[in-house]
Design a binder for this molecule. Structure first.
Ligand code: NAP
Length: 264
C-alpha cells in the first residue's frame, strides 16, 4: 500500500495567495512531504505556486486534493480533477478524495469515475473523507485496490475509536483533519500538563498523540513559519504510556466541523 507521510500541511482557509504559497514552500523546504488542499479551498493555484517555488522534486512529496460535492457526477469528477491537476501545476496528484459523501455522491458511479482517473494517470490513489464506518465498507466493496485513506476530524477531543478500528480493518490510513481542534486543544488541562512535562507546545502534544497511533496521519494547518516549525518538531516528540493514557482518557466528543450535509 502507498505510504502517506505521517505529517502534512493543511491549507483550508489559507486564502491569501502569497501567504498560502509561502506556507507550502516553507513547509516543503523544512522537510514536510505531504500537502493537503481541496477544490473548495479555492487555493489550488496558490498551493501550486508554493510547490513550484520549493526546492523539492515532484516525486519526493505527496500531494492531495478533494473533489467538492457538486462535482461528484462522473463527468464532473473527471473534468474537475483535470482542472485541479492543471491549477496545481503538476502531472498528477498522489491522492484525490471524495470531499464528503453528499451532494452528487453516488457510490458506484462516483467511485467508478475516480478509478478511471487512476487508470488514465491523473491521480495515483483514491481517498474518501468524512465517511462513516458503513459508508467506508460500501466504498471498499467498489474500489478495494485504490482507496487508501479516510480523512476525518480527529484530535484529543474527538478520538474516533470506532472509525479508526474500521480503517485498520480495511488497511486504510486515517488522515486526521483539524488535529489541533482548530485551537481548542490548547486549553485542555490534560494536554497542558503533558506539554509542561516535556517542555513543548500543546500543539506538539496533540500531533504526537495522533501520529503515535498506528495508521494515523495528521495534517495541521499553519500559516506562519513559527507554527509550521512548531508542528514539524512534533515528529521528534515521544509520548510515554502515561502521557498517552492521560490523553486517551479525555472523554469529550467535540466536533469542530459539522455542516448540515454531514452523514452523521
Ligand atoms: P487545525 O489544523 O486543527 O488548526 C488550525 C489553526 O491552528 C490555525 O488557526 C493555525 O493558525 C493554528 N495553529 C497551527 N499550528 C499552531 C501552533 N503550533 N501553535 C498555535 N497555533 C497553531 O484546523 P483545520 O485547518 O481545520 O484542519 C487542518 C487541515 O485539515 C485543513 O487545513 C484542511 O487541509 C483539512 N481539513 C479537511 C476537512 C475535510 O472535510 N476533509 C475539514 C477540515 C479540515 P495559523 O494559520 O495562524 O498558523
Amino acid at each position: 500500500m502507498t505510504d502517506i507521510p505521517k505529517l502534512g500541511l493543511g491549507t483550508w482557509q489559507n486564502t491569501d495567495p502569497e501567504e498560502c504559497a509561502k506556507s507550502v514552500e516553507t513547509a516543503l523546504n523544512m522537510g514536510y512531504r505531504h500537502i493537503d488542499t481541496a477544490q473548495a479551498y479555492e487555493n489550488e493555484e496558490d498551493v501550486g505556486k508554493g510547490l513550484e517555488d520549493a526546492d523539492v522534486d515532484r516525486e519526493d512529496y505527496f500531494l492531495a486534493s478533494k473533489v467538492w460535492i457538486d462535482q461528484l457526477a462522473p463527468e464532473n469528477v473527471k473534468a474537475s480533477t483535470k482542472e485541479s491537476v492543471e491549477k496545481l501545476g503538476v502531472d498528477y496528484v498522489d491522492l484525490m478524495y471524495v470531499h464528503w459523501p453528499a451532494g452528487d455522491y453516488s457510490p458506484q458511479e462516483t467511485l467508478k469515475a475516480f478509478k478511471e482517473l487512476v487508470h488514465s494517470g491523473e491521480i495515483r490513489n483514491i481517498g474518501v473523507s468524512n465517511f462513516t464506518p458503513e459508508q467506508l465498507d460500501k466504498a471498499m466493496e467498489i474500489a478495494p485496490k485504490h482507496i487508501i485513506a479516510n480523512q476525518v476530524e480527529m484530535h484529543p477531543l474527538l478520538q474516533q475509536e470506532e472509525l479508526l478500528e474500521k480503517c485498520r480493518e480495511h488497511d486504510v490510513t486515517l488522515v486526521a483533519y483539524s488535529p489541533l481542534a482548530r485551537g481548542e486543544v490548547f486549553d485542555v488541562p490534560e494536554i497542558q500538563e503533558v506539554a509542561e512535562k516535556h517542555d513543548v507546545s500543546e500543539a506538539q502534544v496533540s500531533l504526537a498523540w495522533l501520529m503515535q497511533k498506528d495508521g494515523v496521519v495528521a495534517i495541521p494547518k499553519a500559516s506562519s513559519e513559527e507554527h509550521i516549525r512548531d508542528n514539524y518538531e512534533a515528529l521528534d516528540l515521544e509520548l510515554d504510556d502515561e502521557d498517552v493514557q492521560k490523553i486517551d482518557s479525555i472523554d469529550r466528543e467535540e466536533r469542530m466541523v459539522d455542516p448540515g450535509f454531514a452523514p452523521w
